[in-house]
Design a protein around this ligand. Structure first.
Ligand code: DON
Length: 506
């Protein structure tokens, strides 16, 4: 846990696209005695948030209100979340866990090409905010790859968190600075919101799939429902087949379509609204959904369930890390600001980016969010509620032993990314090839199969088109960092070739 939290904190310094102090996330952890726990440090809606806060005159959605403004900022959960995970399962002193991040901020790091490119890509959003412009666009240009980049203000923030603990961030002058900035720009976050935030330990969602046991996040992440639904349908639809050949890929996409139909319509924060999980996940219902899959034809989403949508935006960033030790300790942790660099604003005097997680709520009925998801009234903004997430940190076991630690960024594509890696890595492929393999995605609406650009062989495209699927290219789908426990007791790590992550061992 020390390694996981130290890494998450370091990512807030070197990967500001997604690593964060003012965001949120989820983690699943397995201790060597076989206990699996889940920590929810998801952001919450501020007390002054309300259902129609993103609507303008005539009930029309205000453009960008839930993504690029101070109203988009939900109450952050990361700092207290990291501290709580460390309090329960860390061994090193807290200050030592924070120290590497502080050092990276103070002494600087060499800007990787990826950061420079992402800054250039988000330039329009980022340069709207003065402090962001000053920090990341010296002389008006995005930080260049290869230069040493120091963040003394962020280093000071981390030094205070190291010394005083998470309260330094959630109360007092730091919290006041965040609130002053957000309020000055029209947001509703208050010091009471920050002081009152609580991460929650939850029972993980535990799913049996053949010989495997899959542990992931329950609500307010949709991971549990999507994984349980898809795997339950596959057991019926796929029979004894294994792996992901073209026929199985079609079945998987169809199961995803059905699972996302349920997700988008019925899910929200189960602590604040009624979610009919029992009905949705009844084994007989999943079997019937699985049996409704036609091996020869795609089922139009309109006949599975009705709603509206338009294509998903392509800009997105979150980050996942997996940590394991040979004795069976494993952490699967995903953290996010939601969009790339959150809402784009750095809080002056603190050096931290703010999240735009409010966009994961149903900001406006019938209007797709950043990930093209059209969601239901169960997921409306309610003060204190957590917005529905797709984040899916996963730990897989077999015969009571850990087998796989996996997770990914990618918004709505997270659970389907994780499913593809899981199916490949546990059904005959090496971890490296399972992570590198082409990915596809279906989310019910829009009624298209997203396929990674340039990656799908013509034979597979033809196979899917012949079944009635409409294919749409997109780059990339997910960015997985995974660890496999091999039979000989060794660990194999895999960084996704789509990103910059890489395995490391002491
Ligand atoms: O919680 C969610 O589902 C989203 N906020 C995750 C965003 C994300 O993965 C962006 N990534 N690439």
């Amino acid at each position: 846990m020390d390694a996981a939290i130290a890494t998450a904190l370091a990512l807030a310094v070197v990967y500001p696209q997604a690593g964060n102090l003012a965001g949120g996330g989820f983690l699943v952890v397995r201790t060597p005695d076989g206990t699996v726990q889940a920590l929810d440090f998801r952001e919450t809606a501020p007390a002054r948030a309300s259902r129609d806060m993103f609507l303008g005159p005539g009930g029309r959605p205000l453009p960008e209100a839930s993504t690029a403004t101070a109203l988009a900022v939900a109450t952050p959960g990361s700092v207290r979340g990291y501290a709580e995970a460390h309090r329960r399962l860390g061994r090193l002193p807290w200050a030592k866990v924070v120290a590497p991040a502080e050092r990276l901020a103070r002494e600087g790091f060499v800007v990787p090409a990826g950061l420079s490119e992402d800054l250039a890509e988000e330039r329009e959003l980022l340069t709207r905010w003065e402090e962001t412009r000053r920090t990341f666009f010296p002389g008006g240009l995005p930080l260049a790859a290869g230069v040493l980049f120091r963040q003394p203000v962020l280093a000071e923030t981390l030094a205070r968190i190291a010394k005083e603990g998470p309260e330094a961030f959630h109360r007092g002058d730091m919290a006041a600075r965040i609130v002053t900035f957000v309020r000055a720009h029209g947001g509703v976050l208050s010091e009471e919101d920050l002081a009152g935030y609580a991460p929650l330990w939850r029972a993980p969602d535990t799913i049996r799939f053949g010989p495997l046991v899959v542990h992931t996040m329950p609500l307010p992440s949709s991971a549990g429902l999507v994984l349980r639904s898809v795997l339950g349908q596959l057991e019926v639809a796929r029979g004894a087949a294994r792996g992901l050949d073209a026929s199985s890929t079609h079945l998987l996409l169809e199961a995803e379509r059905r699972a996302f139909g349920d997700r988008n319509r019925w899910l929200g924060d189960g602590d604040c609204s009624v979610v009919p999980l029992g009905e949705l996940l009844a084994p007989a219902r999943l079997a019937a959904l699985g049996a409704s899959i036609d091996a020869a034809r795609a089922t139009p989403s309109a006949s599975v369930e009705s709603s509206l949508s338009s294509p998903a935006a392509e800009k997105e960033e979150t980050t996942h890390l997996s940590v394991a030790t040979p004795d069976g300790f494993a952490v699967s942790l995903t953290t996010t600001l939601n969009g790339s660099f959150g809402n784009g604003a750095i809080v002056p005097g603190l050096g931290v980016f703010l999240n735009n997680e409010m966009d994961d709520f149903t900001a406006a009925a019938g209007v797709p969010n950043l990930y093209g998801l059209v969601q239901g009234s169960v997921n409306e903004v309610r003060p204190g509620a957590r917005p529905l997430s797709s984040i899916a940190p996963v730990i897989v076991e077999e015969d009571g032993k850990p087998l796989l630690v996996v997770g990914s960024p990618g918004g709505s594509t997270i659970p389907t990314t994780v499913l593809q890696v899981l199916l490949r890595a546990t059904e005959g492929e090496s971890l490296g090839s399972a992570v590198a393999a082409l990915r596809l995605h279906h989310q019910h609406r829009p009624d298209v199969v997203f396929v990674e650009k340039g990656g799908a062989p013509e034979a597979l495209r033809g196979f899917l088109r012949a079944r009635g699927h409409v294919l749409e290219e997109r780059v990339p789908i997910g960015q997985v960092h995974a660890i496999a426990f091999e039979r000989d007791g060794r660990l194999t790590g895999a960084g996704d070739p789509r990103g910059q992550g890489a395995p490391a061992a002491p």
